[in-house]
Design a binder for this molecule. Structure first.
Ligand code: NOJ
Length: 518
């Protein structure tokens, strides 16, 4: 969940920790086991909290450490685990370390960051570009003439992970939160911490002329020297040993497209425990890519992938997959397929309601990707609009006149209150799917066997006596069943489907969970 947008407990228009605590029962009803909170630390908010000014606090806009303790205690009482976000690649430019590094270039804090002299023409020292647009090098605000590296905003200076003092600082930060009772850490841009020591230029693949969108600019280069350096994994081996004593989970945001390179970050359990597979949240409805990507990542890292099709950085899958009920069905179909693959399954707040993108007037956009890059494609605000709880003002998110991110109200049928207990609603279908995972533990305990069929877009696997099949095609497809009597325990389209003879027809873009009839 995105604390800014989940629930506002104190009525100022901004989501906060007490709001989350009050809404935990929704997560329990839904049947989730754990919640991941994106950053709530003190922050000037240039990247809505991913620019951290103090790794051991709570931003007053979201509450206090006392509110955090209450949240954790209440979550644990309800049987939910709490995963927090840790942002080690960069700090905020307002962090005392960076302020000191700028104010006094002879201070040991200077070496917490990556400084380089300018290129001979006085410009940036290397050609590395920022994920958020333009060069990843900004001039020292202290006027030394040097540049510092920022893979994201200039207000997010990158730390130097070759400096042992930085490693020590983060050991202490992780320990602080473990001792406060957190159950795990989602590691922001885990594959970008260490950089090429010489910071060589990345090979350029095509011209950058006229390229306005930051992601398109990023794709103009081969990222040989800025991301996914082999030395990254050593950091997480160290963290793995550190959190082991606390029983905490390391969950990595590792944005790689190569399943073999991603698997290095697990290091067979010795580094990051679970890593997100982040291509699906970026895709439109592209069945072949989904089929090959999901299967490829599952085979490379069985049991270690964190599966998701939605998160706080991507347009909502229901919209990307075509919108309307068709987009929603496709979204739940892929989720159903992912639900039995092992590892972890993540839902993004509002996905359980089948939400499409929020509608925001151009002047109300807040994401720096939109506001700082005229001509860029839609930023991330569309997925971060306030959670719709009911059909009251601001859909029950806040009692303030206006939420921090102002968007068109949601239809009552798209709210939690409008779907709870309504047979066949998207909320009830997601809940049913999660209940099913509990009713059939073999979905995560028994070995997984892919069942190949001749139908190219039918993805089917079996775990113990449970069969999960997803038809990604726009035509119905027939799945042959093993001998025995079978019944359908779940269907993403909420229809009634039964086998005929020794086969079952799987409707278009629908997933079924098939179990032995008792
Ligand atoms: C990935 C996070 O998910 C995103 O929201 C953030 O802007 C960047 N990392 C930078 O921290």
């Amino acid at each position: 969940m995105y604390p800014r947008s989940f629930a506002d407990g104190d009525g100022d228009g901004m989501g906060d920790l007490s709001g989350i605590t009050g809404r935990l029962p929704h997560l329990v009803d839904l049947g989730v086991d754990a919640v991941w909170l994106t950053p709530f630390y003190p922050s000037p908010g240039f990247d809505h909290g991913y620019d951290v000014a103090d790794y051991r606090g709570v931003d007053p806009a979201h509450g206090s450490l006392d509110h955090f303790d209450v949240l954790v205690t209440e979550a644990h009482r309800l049987g939910l685990r709490v995963i927090i976000d840790i942002v080690p690649n960069h700090t905020s430019s307002h962090h005392p370390w960076f302020r000191e590094a700028v104010a006094d270039p002879s201070s040991p804090r200077r070496d917490y960051y990556l400084w380089r002299d300018p290129a001979p023409d006085g410009g940036p020292p290397h050609n590395v570009v920022s994920f958020f647009g333009g060069s990843a090098w900004a001039p020292d605000p202290g006027g030394s003439g040097q540049y510092y590296c920022h893979l994201f905003l200039p207000e997010q200076p990158d730390l130097d992970w070759s400096n042992p003092a930085v490693l020590d600082e983060f050991d202490a930060i992780l320990t602080f939160w473990c001792e406060r009772g957190v159950d795990g850490f989602r590691i922001d841009v885990a594959n970008s911490l260490t950089k090429d020591p010489w910071f060589r230029d990345n090979p350029q693949l095509r011209t950058t002329e006229g390229v306005a969108d930051p992601i398109d600019l990023f794709l103009c280069f081969e990222h040989r020297y800025d991301i996914d350096q082999n030395s990254n994994v050593a950091v997480f081996r160290r963290w793995n040993r550190l959190v082991a004593g606390h029983g905490a989970l390391l969950l990595g945001e590792v944005g790689l497209v190569d399943p073999v390179r991603l698997a290095r970050y697990h290091d067979q359990g010795a580094a990051i425990h679970r890593t997100f597979y982040l291509e699906p949240p970026g895709w439109r409805w592209e069945p072949l890519r989904l089929r090959d990507g999901i299967r490829g990542f599952h085979l490379a890292s069985p049991g270690s992938v964190a599966w998701t099709i939605d998160n706080h950085d991507s347009a909502r899958s229901a919209s990307r997959f075509g919108g309307g009920d068709r987009g929603r069905l496709r979204s739940l179909t892929v989720t159903t397929l992912m639900a039995g693959l092992g590892g972890m399954l993540f839902l993004w707040q509002g996905q359980e309601l089948g939400l499409e993108n929020g509608v925001i007037a151009p002047e109300d956009l807040t994401d720096p990707i939109s506001t700082r890059n005229p001509g860029a494609t839609a930023g991330r605000d569309v997925t971060r609009t306030p959670m719709p709880w009911d059909d009251g003002p601001n859909n029950g998110f806040t009692t303030a006149g206006r939420a921090w991110l102002h968007a068109q109200p949601r239809d009552p049928a798209d709210t939690v209150a409008g779907q709870r207990g309504v047979e066949g609603s998207w909320l009830e279908r997601h809940r049913r799917l999660l209940v099913l995972r509990r009713e059939h533990p073999e979905l995560w305990t028994e070995p997984l066997q892919w069942l190949d069929t001749d139908a190219g877009l039918l993805m089917t696997y079996r775990r113990g006596d449970t069969i999960v099949t997803a038809n990604l095609d726009e035509y119905p497809t027939t799945l042959p069943l093993p001998p025995g009597a079978w019944t359908v325990a779940f269907s993403s389209d909420n229809g009634t489907h039964e086998p005929t003879g020794s086969a079952i027809e799987v409707p278009p873009e629908t997933a079924l969970v098939v179990v032995p009839s008792t």
